[in-house]
Design a protein around this ligand. Structure first.
Ligand SMILES: Nc1ncnc2c1ncn2[C@@H]1O[C@H](COP(=O)(O)OP(=O)(O)OP(=O)(O)O)[C@@H](O)[C@H]1O
Ligand SMILES: [Mg+2]
Length: 231
């Protein structure tokens, strides 16, 4: 398996506070990594580093064996897509949001592909004509995710994207992501405070505690160790 991304001895210091220390791990193409740990342990900071929004104080991050600093930020962010809990739709209508990826990639819109994604997300094609404001929070989150997937990223970083959603919407988002993984060998990193979600989606777990790696390994090992500790 090819390492698509590698963190090598990452340290992040801000205002004299060590936010991450000595983080090293490799991400294989097609991985599904659940990132868990207490609030303030550095999960979102790690994503911000992987997305070139901030730079490490020490250490390096490689994407396809090249330091991510050698990529133009916009170019890297097309391949490594960062999706937040509150992802805003832009403009006025859903259609504007789903045509944007085609403009960005300089391609003709493919309504067959768009329709397919809407189907999977349990949304009708008429949703395109709707105003953003006419959509529920869960529907907006599905459209935002589809917008990201249409750009064909190789890695997606999902930062608590389902935290504000009910179970039905959560499972719809999970299905969109796992279908995409199967179809396009997408690599998935996701932050969650939801243990059942981590069990459903993760093949590997990275557990951060106070900015350091407390566990890095298979989800099966993590949950069997956790089970023993909790007993
Ligand atoms: N812009 C910033 N400037 C200074 N400190 C920051 C900044 N952003 C985050 N921090 C600090 O870095 C630490 C890690 O924050 P981070 O947001 O990465 O945690 P998290 O694991 O994502 O937490 P949560 O589960 O609550 O989202 C916290 O102590 C936070 O106060
Ligand atoms: Mg966070």
């Amino acid at each position: 398996m090819m390492n698509i991304m590698e963190c090598k001895n990452i340290q992040l210091i801000k205002n004299n506070q060590t936010i991450l220390h000595d983080i090293s791990f490799s991400i294989e193409a097609g991985d599904s990594i659940g990132i868990i740990g207490p609030s303030g342990s550095g999960k979102s900071s790690l994503f911000r580093l992987l997305n070139l929004l901030i730079s490490p104080t020490q250490g390096e991050i490689l994407y396809k064996n090249r330091n991510i600093r050698d990529y133009a930020p916009m170019e890297l962010r097309r391949s490594v897509s960062y999706i937040l809990q509150k992802t805003y739709l832009f403009g006025t209508t859903v259609q504007e949001n789903l045509l944007y990826p085609y403009q960005l990639l300089n391609q003709k819109p493919d309504f067959h592909v768009i329709r397919n994604y809407l189907d999977k997300a349990n949304l009708s094609i008429n949703t395109l004509e709707k105003k953003n404001t006419a959509l529920s929070g869960g529907e907006q989150q599905r459209i935002a995710l589809i917008r990201s997937l249409l750009i064909k990223p190789e890695i997606i970083l999902l930062d608590e994207v389902t935290a504000a959603l009910d179970e039905e919407n959560t499972l719809l988002i999970e299905k969109l992501v796992t279908d995409e993984q199967e179809a396009h060998h997408l690599t998935l990193l996701f932050v969650t405070h939801n243990t059942s979600q981590a069990k459903r989606l993760a093949k590997k777990i990275l557990y951060l505690d106070a900015g350091a790696i407390d566990f890095w390994g298979t989800a099966a090992d993590y949950f069997s160790l956790k089970g023993e500790r909790d007993e």
